[in-house]
Design a protein around this ligand. Sequence first.
Ligand SMILES: [Zn+2]
Length: 277
Amino acid sequence: MYNINRRKFLGLFGCSCCSIILPSCSTVPITDRKQLSIVSEARVNRQAAAAYESFRNKSKLITSGAQLKEIREIGKKMEIAVSAFFDKSGQEDPTKNFTWDYVLVNNDKMINAWCMPGGKIAVYTGLLKITKNIDALSIVMGHEIAHAVARHSLERMSHAMTINLSTTIADIFLGGAINRTRNTVGQNTGMDIFQLGIMNPFGRKQESEADYLGLIFSSLSGYNIKESVKLWERMAAKKKGKETPVFLSTHPSSQKRIENLSNWINEVIIKYPPIKV
Ligand SMILES: [Zn+2]
């Protein structure tokens, strides 16, 4: 009993997602990274659709005009390019169960965009002040769409479930020490040590993966992905002086991000040219 539980505990913390003990695992399209997947996609998509619906109802949206048209045009191109890419390469289209939708949120202070599981996308007007052109906007949208294509939310939820499970197992052996430490540190710093130690590095890996896949989706859709470096430089300038240290942030620092993108751009342009549909 002890040995089995101990192996389970180490396996979970060691992040060997696809061990014999945890049977449910999937592979991220294109990068082929193995990811833990014990949450149902259909369920998450349903929950996301409901959350999106209520977001739509409660938010100040811009429902017409050139900016929204631009977002929808980029989105449509990307939807078609992503599906065509997977069809042509004989792989299952990871977006086959998506119901795409786009909203433009009227909030100039929010420099943000997101894509919920199942392809529900929001762009905030504050972001458009930094993207400035369709190529840069396609980079951000590609990044957000990549999080959904790579099922990063499902992966995070799956990990959250195993972390709760493994801390419980650990507590059995350590007589509750972990929970005591966790509470003490939490009280002292206002942070959750398990989140800092486990969730964040894992989040950064997903962020870099979304940067990489996003470049590919943007290139397949016919946009100039060299704009990505300029975009993140503009973003960095905007945040100057108050940039969150990489240690505490789930996002790579702007510099690391620009460095990665610069290394990927030429390869992506050659390997993933605009797809003809
Ligand atoms: Zn991201």
